[in-house]
Design a protein around this ligand. Structure first.
Ligand SMILES: NC(=O)c1ccc[n+]([C@@H]2O[C@H](COP(=O)([O-])OP(=O)(O)OC[C@H]3O[C@@H](n4cnc5c(N)ncnc54)[C@H](OP(=O)(O)O)[C@@H]3O)[C@@H](O)[C@H]2O)c1
Length: 241
């Protein structure tokens, strides 16, 4: 079944997105790897192609509406389908010294930074869902994975990093309301927390590799037809919102 699936992975030039692209390709998907820097995404795709994976680079800044429209147009023109969308591209624009959280206190963070964080982490996934879900509907199958974070859990909400935390809470809300509107359809949408991973964002002290973090995302991208929709998961296990 998976041999013909076309997966779109945003932020695929490095970190967790690159690991997700590799794992989905290894599972038999064709993967369109989306990145905003041409050289970086072409290099990343080239490395996976050398290993025999069926991947292609696509240059797009996901916060740019016209770039997202061009991505959807390419999917329709070149493939006539899009089966899996992994909204992985994300930013943490606030000071991220985890030993000095007060530098990212709600009382000092620039609201413009909060807005820019939302543009990438919450509004871009909304735009991508709007652009790509029509292709899923046409082909009668779809899986959307919003890559979220425990820092967006309302049940566990701590202080500091308001831009990042609020953007991931908003992304989780997007998962819930999209799932509600897709109820009864063959398209599933879930939020996944990859855990704390060793990437540029997570830093070198994180407990998990990018590959380990990617596994739970790939699980949600390949859910069977009786799998869940509208949930929040880590390692395939439901977690609190
Ligand atoms: N690492 C962790 O511990 C952790 C934990 C929980 C959740 N997450 C989430 O996991 C996802 C991946 O994180 P990561 O750790 O792999 O981060 P990362 O190493 O910083 O990589 C982020 C990726 O997103 C891309 N990106 C950022 N803004 C973009 C834009 N406007 N358009 C297109 N691509 C853009 C980056 O592209 P450029 O190379 O062009 O910058 C990069 O490829 C994020 O959503 C993050 O919030 C990470």
């Amino acid at each position: 079944m998976l041999a013909q699936k076309l997966a779109v992975v945003t932020g695929a030039a490095r970190g967790i997105g690159l690991a997700v692209a590799r794992q989905l390709a290894a599972a038999g998907c064709t993967v369109l790897m989306v990145g905003r820097v041409a050289e970086a995404i072409e290099n990343a795709a080239g490395q996976l192609r050398e290993k025999g994976h069926d991947v292609l680079p696509h240059v797009a800044d996901v916060t740019d509406a016209s770039a997202v429209a061009a991505l959807a147009a390419r999917l329709r023109r070149e493939f006539g389908r899009a089966d899996i969308l992994v909204n992985n591209a994300g930013v943490l624009l606030e000071p991220k010294d985890f030993a000095l959280p007060q530098a990212a206190s709600v009382f000092v963070v620039d609201p413009d930074v909060v807005a820019a964080t939302h543009a990438c982490n919450a509004l871009a996934p909304l735009r991508l869902i709007q652009a790509i879900t029509p292709l899923m509907r046409e082909n009668g199958w779809g899986r959307i994975v919003n890559v979220s974070s425990s820092l967006g859990q309302l049940s566990e909400m701590g202080g500091c990093w308001p831009g990042y935390r609020m953007s991931k809470a908003a992304l989780n809300a997007l998962t819930r309301l999209t799932a509600k509107e897709l109820e009864g359809s063959p398209i599933k949408v879930n939020s996944v927390c990859p855990g704390w991973c060793r990437t540029d964002m997570g830093g070198k002290d994180a407990a998990r590799s990018a590959d380990e973090g990617a596994r739970g995302i790939v699980w949600a991208a390949l859910l069977p037809d009786d799998g869940p929709s509208g949930g929040f998961f880590r390692d395939g296990q439901a977690i609190d919102w």
